[in-house]
Write a protein that binds this ligand. Structure first.
Ligand SMILES: Nc1ncnc2c1ncn2[C@@H]1O[C@H](COP(=O)(O)OP(=O)(O)OP(=O)(O)O)[C@@H](O)[C@H]1O
Ligand SMILES: [Mg+2]
Length: 455
């Protein structure tokens, strides 16, 4: 049975934070998400233009409608706006005995207040004492404790205070706004501390970090994980969501909770496509064998943007594809990071056309170039003897330089790029395409025509 998570929070019309972030996070973590909307905000990436608090009876009705029918494995609270809403929500949670993550939201990313001054007292009095976990950021923790928080040590003291003096079962004091090379979150629970660390990501697109983080903890609690495990997953989850944040709007763009789902799905698609491509090459080995270069052939395919970042986001064949008599064979498994050279060629091509995500290398032969042209493929080249000294000096820079040369000659990423080699460098042809299978189809057409010419 799918687990059920409930968010009690405000709506963010910009889709970055609030209910919208929570529901995306619940979906990405595989739980059924439900919502009790407390306030409607007219909000975008840089400002909150208007706030409308829903009437208390409508908030209560939403809550009872879902709790009495669907049921809730864990809940979270976000923007609660006024002391009346805080009191109502606290009493509902208490009377149904829900596990609840309290995100004590006080201001929006853009700086606008989301909680009225007097509501902080209600939060402390009614909600924090019944919280399973409270997730304040630096400013919220300062407000709740009266301490100044500028270091991990300060954060530890404040976390302990919120648990022991204010009555929360556990506290995660988030380090997003505490300076340092790492974003360090402090969990205080059962008299002990745990730290969750990640490298600080330098990004503007952090709208919704706090909401998505507390929603992720809630989803994991709903699935039956304990407090520590839930925070651990949520930390990994939010780091990914920030890393792949979306550059939208004029202000702080939304984080990307769906990255958590998309990356594994895209990896699977790439591996499956490459597998099929390699099977096709092996099946038509009698055609392909004459095209295998001395150094072996590789075929690679990259994750789509924005997930394609470096050679580890590009899959290829470990140990390359080799010729054995008139057959060809992959000499190792398919994996990400397996090829450096071809991966760099594709990453460079993607800078000009992000849809071109795959490539293979075949032996250089004037005849093969002529055939590619006669089949209607766009063909370009670069001259390795012209490679500038400063490019030669940088490890891994030669191929991207060459691809850029070839692209600029024809004003697009061509199907085929060749070079005639240099001292100690075998001449080579690269074939580009949308997918690995697409590349193999081109290679097979060229190989078939080559066989006809040669026989
Ligand atoms: N630049 C960053 N790089 C890596 N992790 C970050 C960064 N900023 C925030 N985090 C992490 O994101 C989570 C949310 O923390 P943060 O302190 O930003 O919450 P918040 O201020 O409540 O966010 P919001 O303003 O969206 O409500 C924490 O796990 C924190 O460590
Ligand atoms: Mg927050």
């Amino acid at each position: 049975m799918i687990k059920r998570a409930l968010t009690i929070a405000g709506s963010d019309s910009g889709g970055g934070a609030g209910i919208q972030a929570d529901l995306k996070t619940f979906a990405a973590l595989g739980v059924h998400g439900m919502s009790v909307i407390t306030s409607i905000t007219a909000q975008n990436t840089y400002e909150v233009r208007a706030v409308y608090d829903l009437p208390l009876n409508i908030i209560e009705a939403q809550f009872k409608a879902v709790v009495e029918d669907i049921g809730v494995d864990a809940a979270k609270t976000g923007m609660l706006s006024s002391s009346e809403i805080v009191k109502l929500v606290a009493s509902l949670i208490k009377s149904y005995g829900l596990t609840v993550v309290v995100d004590p939201v006080m201001v929006a990313k853009s700086g606008s207040p989301l909680l009225k001054e007097d509501a902080v007292d209600a939060l402390v009095k009614y909600l924090i004492p019944i919280a399973t976990i409270v997730t304040p950021n630096k400013f919220e923790a300062e407000k709740l404790t009266g301490f100044t928080i500028n270091s991990v040590d300060d954060a530890r003291k404040a976390a302990k205070h919120i648990a022991e003096e204010l009555g929360a079962r556990a506290v995660v004091l988030k380090g997003g706004h505490i300076e340092g090379d790492e974003a360090i979150d402090i969990l205080y629970y059962n008299g002990t501390y745990r730290e969750f660390r990640a490298m600080r990501i330098h990004s503007r697109n952090t709208h919704g970090t706090g909401c998505s983080f507390s929603a992720a903890i809630t989803a994991e609690l709903a699935k039956g994980k304990n407090i520590e495990e839930s925070v651990k997953v949520a930390k990994e989850f939010i780091t990914t969501a920030i890393e792949y944040g979306l550059s939208l709007g004029k202000g702080c763009g939304p984080v990307n909770p769906i990255a958590w789902l998309t990356i594994p799905a895209e990896k699977f698609f790439v591996l499956e496509n490459l597998q099929k491509a390699v099977e096709m090459l092996e099946e038509y080995g009698f055609l392909v064998a004459p095209l295998i270069p001395e150094v072996g052939m590789n075929i690679v395919m990259a994750l789509p943007k924005p997930y394609a970042k470096n050679v580890n986001s590009v899959a290829g064949v470990m140990g390359r594809i080799v010729k054995i008599g008139n057959k060809v064979k992959a000499s190792g498994p398919i994996s990400f990071g397996a090829s450096r050279h071809m991966a760099r060629a594709v990453l460079k091509a993607m800078e000009f056309n992000e849809r071109i995500r795959a490539a293979a290398n075949i032996r250089f032969d004037e005849e093969l170039v002529r055939i590619a042209e006669s089949l209607g493929y766009s063909v370009s080249f670069y001259d390795r003897t012209q490679e500038p000294e400063e490019v030669k000096k940088v490890e891994g820079a030669s191929i991207p330089w060459g691809i850029e040369q070839a692209v600029s000659k024809v004003g697009q990423v061509p199907d085929v790029v060749y070079h005639r080699g240099d001292w100690g460098k075998e001449p080579m042809i690269n074939v580009f395409g949308f997918t690995a299978v697409d590349v193999v189809e081109k290679v097979l057409r060229i190989a078939k025509a080559y066989k006809e010419v040669k026989s």
